[in-house]
Design a protein around this ligand. Structure first.
Ligand code: ZN
Length: 147
């Protein structure tokens, strides 16, 4: 039996269905033919965030940040490197809270950076404050193991 997983293309937003057993690394989008995973976090706005949350069968790791936030800028390269380690098991998103104030308030973001780990449309873990790459990966994996 091949179980299909829904994954949202990082380039065009098309919802792709991939066999679970096939390595998603290297898979190309059925619509835009670009790589579905590029080893980089995706910048999303409120609509993009909702689209990934509603249509992803894989876990999402979301970095809620803002351009004026020093610790956020310091963590950005760590998050970037974490994407190389966690994809394609996990999709990494970056949400600029300044550009999505209503969503940030709905998510009850009280400080940034905040990392949200989401699966099946709901939050399963949250961490406030910057982490290095090793801790981002370890925190994500332990959150998934507990869920
Ligand atoms: Zn695409």
């Amino acid at each position: 039996m091949s179980k299909m997983r829904q994954i949202v293309c990082g380039q065009c937003g098309r919802i792709n269905r991939l066999p679970a057993e096939r390595a998603a690394q290297g898979a190309r989008c059925g619509a835009c033919h670009q790589a579905i995973f590029t080893g980089h976090p995706l910048e999303v706005d409120e609509r993009g965030f909702e689209r990934h949350v509603a249509n992803s069968d894989i876990p999402l790791l979301v970095d809620v940040w803002a351009p004026w936030c020093g610790p956020c800028r310091a963590m950005a390269p760590m998050f970037e490197r974490a994407a190389q380690q966690l994809e394609p098991k996990v999709r990494l998103l970056k949400l600029n809270s300044d550009a999505a104030p209503a969503l940030s308030s709905r998510l009850r973001i009280s400080g940034i950076p905040t990392l949200l780990l989401m699966q099946g449309g709901r939050e399963i873990a949250r961490h406030a404050g910057a982490m290095d790459v090793r801790n981002i990966v370890a925190w994500t994996e332990s959150g998934l193991a507990r869920s």
